[in-house]
Design a protein around this ligand. Structure first.
Ligand SMILES: Cc1ncc(COP(=O)(O)O)c(C=O)c1O
Length: 381
């Protein structure tokens, strides 16, 4: 049985999710059975290696990733860093631009900023008021010698879905290697690595009711990258370190449980009803990115005319668990870079809240969330 955290309404699933009971079960079983090092040549090591390769095969099938090598990492941050630093490491002597969007997660933007140096600039593509990267601006930017193009698939703060398929096609036409951070796409849109088409794709376990501390980098076969962690040469030499087999088995289970698009339809209709409820009771509220295609599970809502500090203080002391901006940045109290890039003022960016659902969210959770929000905003209406 899934353990309900009594009296709390958890709508921060874009930050992380509760592990599914089935995932906990397979991890516990694997911890007991497959404790040997998958690189050891003895019988228990070989058994662990067999399970590791079984997980890799299953994931490749679930993710429609036949064209890719799957590298297990410690999560989305490491996958992004390995993809970007790994590709730049292979082109150390080339001059050119590293392109990304201005609304990337810090795992991409900070990494590219750190990789910039003489002859190697980091250029961030702007977004429109819906948070979308414009294909024409990608095309124009690609006229300069480009070392890598990285645009995320689904935004972690707004749920806006970027046109990654088209973006990667533009990159391929120019023979530029493309990367997409798809950490928020898996489980929130119908996922196919083949359709996304990027040369490198980052994924993470803990956003999909899987374990924390495990992720994947999909690397198109034929693309080479230099490792960022050196050591025993695991993962075809691309990611040294003893693999965390129980977590990998848990990740595989979590991906298996994502199942069909029906679950996504249920989540998106719940998201729609939450938005409707909030907009009916707070008619000045605005859904950020509403004009773009958005994933099922995330909505970002601006509550204008409130004192943002007051709103956050009220919510922080309530039973409602939501975020303003991304979890990594929310403790900084700075307005969201994503919302500022979409044209919101500092105040409006701070007065925006992210509600993120999962398949564990109930209609009762959403009714209670709207009630708590309404109560917090009450003094201003
Ligand atoms: C879009 C995106 N990329 C990368 C990450 C980092 O993933 P992890 O927490 O697995 O390192 C996150 C997590 O919030 C994310 O939302």
């Amino acid at each position: 049985m899934r353990r309900k955290t009594l009296n709390y309404i958890y709508l921060d699933n874009a930050a992380t999710t509760q592990m599914a009971p089935e995932v906990i079960d397979v991890i516990m079983d694997a911890e007991a059975r497959y404790y040997a090092n998958a690189s050891s040549s003895h019988v228990l090591g070989r058994e662990a290696a067999t399970e590791l390769e079984k997980a890799r095969r299953l994931l490749s099938e679930y993710l429609d990733a036949d064209d890719y090598h799957l590298i297990f990492t410690s999560g989305g941050t490491e996958s992004d860093n390995l993809a970007l630093a790994g590709i730049i490491g292979m082109q150390a002597k080339r001059r050119g631009v590293m392109l990304s969007s201005v609304t990337e997660h810090q795992a991409v933007s900070h990494c590219l900023a750190a990789l910039a140096g003489p002859g190697r600039n980091h250029h961030e593509l702007g977004v429109d008021s819906n948070g979308l990267v414009c294909l024409k601006s990608v095309e124009a930017a690609l006229r300069k010698p480009t070392l890598i193009l990285s645009v995320h698939a689904v935004n972690n703060e707004t749920g806006v879905v970027q046109p990654v398929e088209e973006i990667t096609k533009l990159a391929r036409r120019k023979s530029v290697i493309s990367h997409t951070d798809a950490v928020q796409a898996l489980g929130k849109v119908t996922f196919s690595a083949r359709k996304l088409g990027a040369d490198l794709i980052s994924l993470s376990g803990h956003k999909i009711h899987g374990p924390k501390g495990v992720g994947l980098l999909l690397v198109r076969k034929g693309i080479n990258l230099s490792p960022i962690m050196l050591g025993g040469g695991q993962e075809r030499g691309k990611r040294s370190g003893t693999v965390n087999l129980p977590a990998i088995i848990g990740l595989t289970k979590a991906v298996e449980l994502l199942g069909s698009g029906n679950k996504l339809n249920v989540i998106s209709s719940m998201r729609d009803s939450l938005e409707k409820n909030i907009l009916t009771r707070l008619p000045h509220a605005v859904v950020n990115g509403a004009g773009a295609s958005r994933c099922a599970a995330i909505t970002n809502i601006l509550i204008p005319f409130v004192n943002d500090n007051y709103l956050h203080a009220r919510l922080a002391n309530s039973a409602l668990c939501v975020s303003s901006g991304s979890a990594c940045a929310s403790h900084k109290q700075e307005p969201s870079r994503v919302l500022l890039a979409m044209g919101l003022s500092n105040h409006d960016a701070r007065a925006s809240l992210r509600f993120s659902l999962s398949r564990f969210t109930t209609k009762a959770d959403l009714r209670a969330a709207a009630d708590i929000l309404f109560e917090a905003v009450d003094p201003f209406i």
